[in-house]
Design a protein around this ligand. Sequence first.
Ligand SMILES: [Zn+2]
Ligand SMILES: [Zn+2]
Length: 152
Amino acid sequence: MEKMRRATEYLQMHGVRPSAQRIAVTRFMIDNPVHPSAEVIYDALVKEMPTLSLATVYNTLRVLVGTGAVTMLNVDSRNARYDLALTPHAHFFCRKCGSLFDVPLRDEIAVSLSSDDSGFSVEGVDLCFKGLCGDCSSSRKEMSLTDINDQN
Ligand SMILES: [Zn+2]
Ligand SMILES: [Zn+2]
């Protein structure tokens, strides 16, 4: 119940009318800070809301993105991923397992443009590092060890 209240308040804060679907999507994203795709949200929610459709999830996300409550991330070429717009942060995208991690964003990066004389007024920053996450880079090492053993 507490989580439902948090989700409702979050929507109201962004001027979104809190419908059942919007609350469910927001609550899922608060509970699962994994930058889910629409499909991941749909698969999780359809279990408790059997009438939900994937199109409804997309529509809900479009509304939430439009109000700034949710950010759409285009880092994964297979799927758009979604993030609650809590505090500004950067991302790290693992190209192997597709995990998307939050990484702290250093203030200098955001202010570096504002403080020069370009005249730009920075409202946000979309910064994503790419590579292999800890798990994937260590499994690659294990794999190469196995490869060596196979050759012996
Ligand atoms: Zn990975
Ligand atoms: Zn994030």
